[in-house]
Design a binder for this molecule. Structure first.
Ligand code: SF4
Length: 371
């Protein structure tokens, strides 16, 4: 994985017990992992593996695939064999797919005991099969699938109701001696979600999978996830995260990785510092910032590039960055580590920055600064 930092600069991590999702540790002080879920038909093995490769390249540590049908269950061995990251099978309703996923070599299975038929009867054998295979499980509720009794008792999917549901499930597993599971208690509202995880975090040492469920399209969903994960992670709560967006899953991974990077919980990659521009700007800062970001977003070196519209704050910020441009008179002054190394016309700013950025990145790699 790409994550290497396990301690937050903001707050000590909550002490959770550790489980393994294949080779990826979750909880017990392990670096916080980023998850996503494919949106291809799982039975379409080629398309699913293609998407998993994209997610992996974007920094995803663990991937989940939905298993709603027999064909999907049958595809699991081929997906597991070729996936570069551990695969979690996501199973609702049909317990027989759980056993098939375990046989297929999945690193973990997500089950929702609330909607698995006759869970009381089948639960212990699921735990036994997971124990025999040495894999972990994820349990927990989404607000939308809270059991009817608890819904009625608490008057809706309140934090107390969601936590009661999760703890009931956890007890069912622990009563048969199974402890290798993590819990999620997802809600679409960031405030309810934060309150729910806070409450759950006090009740036991389970590793926690954070998610704001059904968070919406990329823009709204990103904001909700940043707020909710930010609040919890800044308190040390959370062991693995999944940003859920009505957008291509690779966007979820990018947002998840950036949340961890900006919270100091994952090694930083490329970052841009750019001004909002104002009436003083002498170049199109917004276009420049976007072009530079697009040109460098794949870079793994922790390089900081400043794009500044004028010479008021420009040179100062550009000096703090590895590389920067401050503009004036339709020209760009290119800085490296605070020194102006050349001045280029506006239409050559992007190319010049990219050229220098790539050279700096190569040097960082040669110096062993890239994780
Ligand atoms: Fe305005 Fe210059 Fe500041 Fe950019 S750097 S916001 S152009 S004053």
């Amino acid at each position: 994985g790409e994550s290497s930092i396990s301690e937050s600069p903001l707050h000590p991590r909550r002490q959770s017990r550790r489980i393994m999702v294949g080779p990826v540790p979750v909880g017990g002080g392990a670096p916080i992992s980023v998850q996503s879920m494919t949106n291809t038909k799982t039975a379409n093995v080629g398309a699913t593996l293609q998407q998993i490769a994209e997610l992996t390249a974007a920094g995803c540590d663990i991937v989940r695939v939905a298993v709603p049908s027999q064909e999907d269950a049958d595809a699991l061995p081929r997906i597991v064999a070729k996936s570069p990251i551990p695969v979690i099978a996501d199973i609702h309703f049909q317990s027989r797919y759980v056993f098939q996923a375990i046989d297929a070599g999945c690193a973990a299975v997500r089950v929702n005991p609330g909607n698995i038929r006759k869970f009381d009867e089948v639960g212990p054998s699921i735990c036994q099969a997971a124990t025999d295979a040495g894999i972990s499980l994820r349990i927990g509720v989404n607000a939308g699938s809270l059991d009817k009794e608890l819904y009625a008792k608490y008057g809706g999917p309140t934090p107390e109701a969601l936590v009661a549901s999760a703890m009931k499930e956890a007890r069912m597993f622990e009563d048969v001696g199974f402890r290798d599971f993590k819990i999620s208690v997802k809600h679409h509202d960031p405030i309810t979600m934060v309150e729910t995880y806070r409450l759950l975090a006090k009740q036991g040492d389970w590793p926690l999978h954070l998610g704001v469920t059904e968070a919406g399209p990329a823009w709204q969903g990103t904001i909700k996830s940043c707020l909710a994960f930010g609040a919890l992670l800044a308190e040390g709560i959370g062991d693995t995260i999944r940003v859920s967006l009505s957008a291509p899953p690779v966007e979820e991974v990018k947002v998840g990785c950036k949340i961890l990077e900006y919270l100091g919980l994952r090694a930083r990659h490329f970052d841009i510092i750019s001004c909002p521009s104002c009436g003083r700007a002498q170049v199109d800062v917004i276009a420049l910032a976007n072009e530079v970001t697009n040109g460098l977003s794949g870079i793994t070196a922790p390089i900081r590039v400043a794009v500044m519209g004028c010479i008021v704050n420009g040179p100062g910020e550009a000096r703090e960055a590895d590389l920067g441009v401050a503009s004036g008179n339709g020209k760009g002054q290119i800085f490296i580590k605070g020194k102006v190394i050349e001045t280029v016309p506006e239409d050559r700013i992007v190319d010049t920055l990219l050229k220098h950025a790539n050279a700096i990145a190569e040097q960082m790699e040669a110096d062993g600064l890239v994780t």
